[in-house]
Design a protein. Structure first.
Length: 667
C-alpha cells in the first residue's frame, strides 16, 4: 500500500496483559492491527477478542453523534442532536441539580471499559470537573478490591512478583485463574518454566482450558481457597519445611498463625474444599520441598464472601516457605502497586468533603441521586442485581448521561448519549496490572463521526458551564506530563517524549525482581500473618444445604468477550453461540435435564435463560455460566447478573459474583 504509517499504541481493555500494539494506517484509515513483536510481554500476539478491534471501531452500530431520548426510558429511542444542544441541556440540568439538591446528588459512574490513566478508570478522567461541582465520589470496587485489601494486610501492598519471573519457578500454582482466556501472554513464561522442569497445577472450580493444559488439576468448591491454603501449609509444617530463618527475620504473628494452620489438617480441609485428601497431601508435599514456588491468582478468586481473607491467607504461603527470598518465588496478583504515577485527583477543588458511592451498590444507592453520569461502564450488563438497577434507571427524576461507543442496555435508559472515541482515536497512558511496563497510545486516526475523547468532553463541558478553574483545561499531553512527574525512582528517565517515540518502557525494576528484598511495606517492615480465626471465611454458598437454591453459581470470563465489551460483535457472538450453563451429570440427572435443553437459572433475585451443557468440568453442586453477554441480546433479556446479589465481600467492599445460590429448572 502507498503511504503506510505504523503507529504505536496499547490495548486499553481490562486484562492484565495490556498489550503493546502497532496500527497500520493507510490514507487516514486504520487497515491492520498486530501485537508489537518488540514488546517483551506482548511478543507480537493479541487475543482472539482484540484481533477484531479495528473491525469493532468501524462497526455499523457504533454511536457517532450526540443523542437525546425521545421514547420511554429503556426503549432505546433517540434523536440526533448537535454537541451544542447536548452540552446546553446537560449544563442546565447539572446547574439545577446542584442548586436544588447539592453536588452530591450527582454520581459519576466510571467503569473499567478502558484502563487508561487519561481516558479511563486508572487516572484523571473527569475527576477535576466533578470535584469543582462537588459531586459524590465513586468507589470502583468491581474488580480487585477484596483481594487487594487482603494482600495489603499481609504484605503491605497488593503488588508482588513480576509475572515474567514465573519462568524461573519450579512449582507454579495457577489458583483461580484461567490464564489461556484471561491473560494468555503469561503462558509463554509458564512454558519456559516447564521447559526447565516446573510442575504446573491449576486450582479452580471449573476445569478450564488452562486446567486442561496443566500438569495437575484440583477441582475446588467455590470460595474455599483459604481453607486449601491452610491445608497445604499443614503438610509443610508436618514436613518441618517452613523457612524458620525467614519467619524470624521477616514476619510477625507466626506463632499464632502456626496454631491456626495446625487446626486445619488435611482431612478437615478435604471436607471443606471437596478435594480428595490424597491430592491435598500430594500438593502439600510438592509445596514443602520445591523452591521456588510461584502462585498466580487473579481477580475471580476473590469474588465471594471471604475473598479478601482468601488472598490474605494464600499470600501468607510464600512467607511460611520463604519463597520471597528466591527469584521466581512469591505471589503475582496485580502489579499495579509497582506503578508510581502522580495521580493528582485535585481534592483541593472540593468545597467540602463529599460522600462516596460504591460501584457495585448501584441498585441500592441510587435513591437520592438525581444525575447518573456513566462512562467506560455498562452497569446493566456488568453490575450485581441487574433487575433492581433496571428499575432504578427507569425513574423519570433521574437524569442519566452515558458516554458510549455502542448502544448497550445502559444506553437504552439514557436521557443524553455522548459519542466516545475508541483507542485508535485518542491519546492515553497505560500500565499493565500483569507486567512491569508503561505504554503510550498515540492516536492513529481521526475520531469517527463526532466522537470526542473523555478528556475533551469534560473540557468542552467545563467551558460551556463557564467554569474558570485552569486545570480543567489541561491538554492530554499536559496531563500525561503531570502523571510522569512523581519523582519516584521507578520512573527515572521515563519521559513523555521517550514514551511517544518508543511506545513502551519497562519501569526501573531489576530483572529478576525480588519485590521485598529490602523488607515489606508494612509499619514493621515484616509480613503480617492472619490472626487466629481470621484465616478462612466460608462463602455464602456454604449454606446450600439450608437453601431452596442448592447450586453454587460461578460466572467466569468468556473467551470471546471482555466483560461486556465485544458483546455486540457479530463474529464473536457467533463463536460464543447461545448462552450455556454447565451442569454436572449428577445434578442434571436429579433434575431430568438433558444437554441442549433451555433452562431457567433462578433465585429470589431473578433469572436468566441458558442451554444446558452436561459436563464433568464442574463438580456436583456447582454450575457455571460465562459472563459478558448483553442482556438485550440474550434469551429472556437477562444475563447471569440477574441472580447475583448486591452483597459485599469481607474486605474492600468487593462483589460476590461467584457466591450465589441458584436452582436450574426447565424453561
Amino acid at each position: 500500500m502507498s503511504g503506510e504509517l505504523k503507529v504505536l499504541g496499547a490495548c486499553p481493555l481490562d486484562c492484565p496483559d495490556t498489550c503493546s500494539w502497532i496500527v497500520t494506517v493507510d490514507d487516514g484509515k486504520a487497515v491492520k492491527l498486530r501485537g508489537n513483536p518488540d514488546h517483551p510481554y506482548t511478543r507480537g500476539a493479541l487475543c482472539v477478542k482484540v484481533n477484531r478491534y479495528l473491525e469493532h471501531t468501524q462497526a455499523a452500530d457504533r454511536i457517532l453523534h450526540p443523542l437525546r431520548r425521545t421514547g420511554p426510558k429503556g426503549s432505546g429511542q433517540f434523536e440526533r442532536i448537535t454537541w451544542e444542544e447536548a452540552l446546553e441541556e446537560i449544563s442546565v440540568r447539572l446547574r439545577a441539580i446542584v442548586e436544588e439538591h447539592g453536588g452530591e446528588a450527582i454520581w459519576p459512574y466510571l467503569g473499567t471499559g478502558t484502563l487508561g490513566y487519561l481516558q479511563g478508570c486508572e487516572g484523571v478522567a473527569g475527576r477535576r470537573f466533578w470535584n469543582v461541582l462537588g459531586a459524590s465520589k465513586h468507589f470502583l470496587n468491581i474488580c480487585a478490591a477484596a483481594g487487594g485489601s487482603g494482600l495489603h494486610r499481609t504484605n503491605g501492598t497488593p503488588a508482588g512478583m513480576d509475572p515474567e519471573n514465573l519462568a524461573l519457578a519450579k512449582l507454579i500454582l495457577l489458583w483461580g485463574t484461567n490464564t489461556l482466556t484471561s491473560g494468555h501472554h503469561l503462558w509463554k513464561f509458564i512454558q519456559d518454566a516447564r521447559a526447565n522442569g516446573a510442575h504446573v497445577v491449576a486450582i479452580d472450580p471449573i476445569r478450564t482450558r488452562t486446567a486442561d493444559q496443566a500438569d495437575e488439576y484440583l477441582p475446588i468448591r467455590p470460595g474455599t481457597d483459604a481453607a486449601l491454603a491452610l491445608g497445604l501449609l499443614n503438610v509443610v509444617l508436618a514436613e518441618n519445611a517452613q523457612d524458620e530463618e525467614f519467619l524470624a527475620e521477616h514476619s510477625e504473628g507466626w506463632p499464632e498463625f502456626r496454631e491456626e494452620i495446625l487446626r486445619h489438617p488435611v482431612g478437615k480441609v478435604s471436607e471443606i474444599t471437596g478435594i480428595p485428601a490424597a491430592d491435598i497431601h500430594s500438593l502439600g508435599m510438592k509445596l514443602a520441598h520445591t523452591r521456588p514456588t510461584a502462585i498466580r491468582a487473579t481477580m475471580g478468586i476473590q469474588r465471594h464472601a471471604g475473598g479478601g481473607t482468601a488472598l490474605r491467607t494464600i499470600g501468607a504461603i510464600p512467607g511460611v516457605t520463604g519463597d520471597w527470598r528466591h527469584p521466581g518465588g512469591g505471589i503475582a496478583y496485580s502489579t499495579s502497586g509497582h506503578v508510581h504515577l502522580d495521580i493528582d485527583t485535585r481534592e483541593d477543588l472540593l468545597a467540602k468533603p463529599v460522600r462516596t458511592l460504591v460501584m457495585t451498590k448501584l441498585a441500592s444507592q441510587l435513591d437520592d441521586v438525581k444525575c447518573l453520569w456513566v462512562y467506560a461502564a455498562n452497569p446493566l450488563g456488568s453490575t450485581p442485581d441487574g433487575n433492581a438497577i433496571r428499575r432504578q434507571l427507569a425513574r423519570e427524576d433521574l437524569f442519566t448521561v452515558v458516554m458510549e461507543q455502542f448502544p448497550t442496555d445502559t444506553v437504552d435508559y439514557a436521557d443524553i448519549v455522548l459519542p466516545a472515541t475508541m483507542q485508535t482515536e485518542h491519546y492515553d497512558l497505560h500500565a499493565g496490572y500483569g507486567h512491569m511496563y508503561l505504554l503510550w497510545n498515540e492516536p492513529a486516526v481521526e475520531p469517527a463521526g463526532e466522537c470526542l475523547s473523555t478528556t475533551e468532553t469534560f473540557r468542552r463541558l467545563a467551558a460551556h458551564m463557564g467554569l474558570t478553574e485552569p486545570s480543567l483545561y489541561d491538554s492530554d499531553l499536559e496531563l500525561a506530563e503531570q502523571l510522569l512527574s512523581s519523582g519516584h525512582p521507578s520512573l527515572e528517565g521515563i519521559t513523555l517524549d521517550r514514551l511517544r517515540k518508543e511506545g513502551w518502557v519497562r519501569m526501573n525494576y531489576p530483572k529478576p525482581f525480588i519485590p521485598f528484598a529490602d523488607g515489606f511495606p508494612t509499619p514493621s517492615g515484616r509480613l503480617r500473618f492472619p490472626r487466629a480465626g481470621q484465616a478462612y471465611i466460608p462463602p455464602h454458598t456454604a449454606q446450600a444445604e439450608r437453601s431452596p437454591y442448592p447450586l453454587a453459581l460461578v460466572t467466569p470470563a468468556a473467551h470471546t468477550f471482555l466483560n461486556t465489551i465485544f458483546g455486540n460483535n457479530p463474529e464473536l457472538r457467533r463463536r460464543a453461540k447461545d448462552p450455556v450453563v454447565l451442569v454436572n451429570p449428577a445434578d442434571a440427572a436429579a433434575r431430568g435435564l438433558v444437554s441442549g435443553q433451555r433452562v431457567r437459572v433462578h433465585n429470589d433475585g431473578g433469572e436468566f435463560l441458558a442451554d444446558v451443557e452436561i459436563s464433568d468440568r464442574v463438580a456436583a453442586g456447582v454450575v457455571a455460566s460465562p459472563k459478558g453477554r448483553w442482556p438485550k441480546l440474550s434469551p429472556g433479556g437477562a444475563n447471569p447478573n440477574a441472580v447475583v446479589a448486591e452483597r459485599d465481600a469481607d474486605m474492600g467492599k468487593g462483589p460476590g459474583y461467584h457466591d450465589n445460590l441458584v436452582e436450574v429448572s426447565p424453561a
